[in-house]
Design a binder for this molecule. Structure first.
Ligand code: C2E
Ligand code: CA
Ligand code: CA
Length: 670
């Protein structure tokens, strides 16, 4: 301890060696000089005032911490304890507290440093005690959640957390309390100060209860709202249709699986309503995709309105929708829903482009075996029947449909087998020139040879072949047969062979790019020219043709193939189509022909078509001619060609040749 004796004016009288060491100055140097000389300027005033108090007798001792300036210029901290020594002197005991002060300064500096860091941090630090009472929060907490600095201190943290997350949070908290040093993390929603919502927070907390400097649980709280939102959006997108916001197939299947599970354990039932808009493609093609999209959005909204609360409405793509209805007592319940849906679509949709009326065909399946795939398939089958039976209606999947579905499945297998086992047979119906009665062409008509040796007509298998796409392979075989048959007739019959052969082309074939290849390959192999092939496609195929189909049709025409519109008059009868497509033959549907001499209306139609055909320079063929009266009327009306039972049904190649030979003989003898 340094000791110094000073006079009343503050001049040093005597000092001990410890004091000398502290001041870095010798006793001789200090003697007679005033203590203020060595006092740090900022501390001089404090020193003088304290000394005055002492001298005036207001205190008999004072203590203060102050700074000396040492000889070497360093600042030294001293703790002075000063008292009176007699009337004329003061005695100061001086303790060097420089080290202590430096340590404090360092600490202060480092506090500032950490405070600044905390302030910078985007994560908030929160300290709670073992009761869950908030003790302290870093400034970031205010930025994240809006609570003014430590305004929530003293409250239990549970008041700030979303109730659905509390259980999880409390479990984590109790886990933390079990032992010091434990860390746990949990994602929770924290209420914002404005009371309007929650932010998603990732909390990583560590038990520091036994750390004397902290004595609490320290939680690092990070705002992950953006990440959760983005993840939520992605999740939402994965499960919903982006156009309508309805559930998509994935979500539907998920809900369906759950519904089936539930209905297995309860008395109520689940039903699936499979919807397909009628003639949506026509709207899309004629009014544009934009209108189509808006129509789908409107339909989606109406379906949601018509469905019951809790039902799932999904869009499977295109114009296919599904309503999953749960908790039904019996089929009557689901019929009510189906009717309501149909009714909801009845009001025309108002669009800037004009009103559009939509209708839907609905297939309904009611759960029986609790398998989601079954329900979907059955609803689809019922939908198919609704379409077949005239659209804008619903059909319930029932036993007859189950049998029909089974039948279609076995038919599909039969067609497949027939393709593999050379059981495809083609017969040819003669087409005659009306003015001369000569066979000028043949229509190739496909049959399947059954295991029983009987020939089966297209009516028994064609629609299945079309639906399954098997018609593409089937059609390719027919083209092969027909072209090589024509070549063979030419060899056998010479100039009497039919000049052309007609082949029916299904819509599926026409939209398949293979068709051109198959045809080119067939005519090359048979050594015949494309112009001797007439491709017959129906009016409805042409109407529903999209751009790429139209391109294929154009390419076929370019390549020299002749195109015929089959069953003309049965579809939309828009004669405009005849001009839009490179058609050279028009075939009058047999229903109008059969009406000749019976129905005035049919006569008028036949007349109109033949007149138009002539005007457009087309070859006209009347099919299904069965009576001489029909023939005579057709001659009168100027039809070019005929085919029908009056002349011959479809014949085997041999019978066809025989008929041609008979004609030759008859002509020679007559
Ligand atoms: P379609 O193109 O209208 O063919 C004419 C159908 O009418 C043939 O029936 C034919 O046997 C029948 N028919 C011919 N003359 C008469 C008649 O005087 N009175 C009546 N009532 N019917 C007559 P088929 O062979 O049963 O073929 C039915 C349909 O199957 C065809 O109708 C055609 O659309 C389709 N089809 C036949 N072969 C093929 C093929 O190879 N490919 C494709 N895609 N479709 C084919
Ligand atoms: Ca035909
Ligand atoms: Ca026809």
């Amino acid at each position: 301890v340094g000791m110094a004796l000073l006079d009343r004016a503050g001049n040093f009288v005597r000092v001990n060696p410890a004091f000398e060491a502290m001041m870095g100055r010798s006793a001789a140097e200090l003697q007679g000089t005033n203590f203020l000389t060595y006092t740090h300027p900022d501390d001089r005033r404090m020193g003088v005032e304290a000394g005055m108090c002492l001298l005036r007798g207001e205190v008999d001792r004072f203590q203060l911490d102050g700074r000396w300036v040492r000889r070497d210029g360093d600042i030294a901290w001293a703790r002075l304890s000063v008292g009176l020594a007699g009337d004329d002197h003061l005695v100061a005991q001086v303790q060097d507290i420089t080290e202590e002060q430096r340590a404090k300064e360092r600490l202060r500096a480092s506090h500032g440093y950490y405070a600044a860091l905390l302030n910078q941090s985007t994560d908030a630090l929160v300290v709670v005690d073992h009761n869950g009472v908030l003790r302290w929060a870093s400034p970031a907490a205010e930025r994240l959640f809006g609570y003014a600095a430590n305004s929530k201190a003293g409250e239990v943290f549970t008041s700030l957390v979303h109730e659905d997350d509390l259980d999880r949070l409390l479990r984590a908290f109790h886990h933390l309390l079990e032992s010091p040093g434990t860390t746990d993390s949990v994602e929770i929603r924290v209420a914002t100060a404005d009371g309007r919502g929650y932010r998603h927070a990732e909390v990583v907390a560590t038990n520091r209860l036994d750390d004397p400097d902290i004595g609490g649980i320290v939680a690092n709280v990070r705002d992950v709202t953006d990440r959760v939102d983005a993840a939520g959006r992605l999740e939402w997108q994965a499960m919903h249709d982006s156009l309508t916001g309805l559930a998509n197939r994935a979500l539907l299947l998920d809900r369906l699986a759950h519904a089936m599970e539930r209905s297995k354990r309860s008395d109520d039932h689940t039903a699936l309503l499979f919807l397909d808009l009628d003639r949506f493609k026509l709207v899309n093609d004629t009014m544009g995709h934009d209108v189509g999209d808006r129509l789908l959005i409107e339909v989606a909204e109406r379906l949601v309105q018509a469905a019951r609360v809790g039902d799932t409405v999904a869009r499977l793509g295109g114009d296919e929708f599904v309503v999953l209805a749960e908790g039904l007592a019996d089929t009557a319940d689901v019929e009510i829903v189906a009717e309501r849906i149909r009714a909801s679509l009845a009001t025309p949709v108002r669009l800037p482009e004009g009103d559009v009326t939509v209708s839907a065909s609905i297939g309904v399946a009611f759960d029986t075996d609790h398998r989601p795939e079954t329900l979907l398939r059955e609803a689809d089958t019922a939908l198919y029947r609704a379409k077949e039976r005239g659209k804008n209606r619903y059909e319930l999947y029932d036993e007859s449909l189950r049998l029909e579905a089974q039948h279609r499945l076995s038919t599909e297998q039969w067609v497949r087998r027939s393709l593999d086992n050379d059981a495809v047979v083609v017969h040819y119906q003669p087409i005659l020139e009306l003015s001369t009665g000569r066979i000028v062409a043949a229509e190739a008509l496909v049959r399947l040879l059954g295991p029983d040796g009987r020939l089966h007509l297209p009516g028994t298998f064609l629609s299945v072949a079309e639906d399954t796409g098997l018609v593409v392979a089937l059609g390719a075989q027919v083209i092969e047969f027909a072209t090589s048959q024509l070549a063979r007739w030419r060899r056998e019959l010479g100039a009497h062979a039919p000049a052309q052969i007609s082949v029916n082309v299904a819509a599926r074939q026409l939209s398949s790019p293979q068709l051109t290849e198959v045809l080119d390959h067939a005519v090359r192999r048979a050594g015949i020219e494309p112009s001797s092939i007439i491709l017959e496609y129906t009016e409805s195929t042409v109407i529903s043709a999209d751009r790429s189909t139209a391109r294929i049709v154009d390419a076929l025409h370019e390549a020299g193939y002749r195109l015929a519109v089959d069953d003309f008059g049965t579809g939309y009868s828009s004669l405009a189509y005849l001009k839009r497509f490179p058609v050279s033959v028009v075939k009058l549907d047999r229903h109008f022909v059969s009406g000749l001499g019976v129905s005035e209306e049919d006569l008028a139609i036949v007349k109109a078509v033949l007149t138009l055909g002539r005007a457009l320079g087309l070859t006209t063929i009347a099919e299904g001619v069965e009576t001489p009266e029909q023939r005579d009327l057709l001659i009168e009306l100027g039809c070019d060609r005929v085919q029908g039972f009056l002349y011959a049904p479809a014949l085997s190649p041999q019978d066809f040749s025989a008929m041609v030979r008979r004609q030759i003989r008859e002509r020679v003898t007559s």
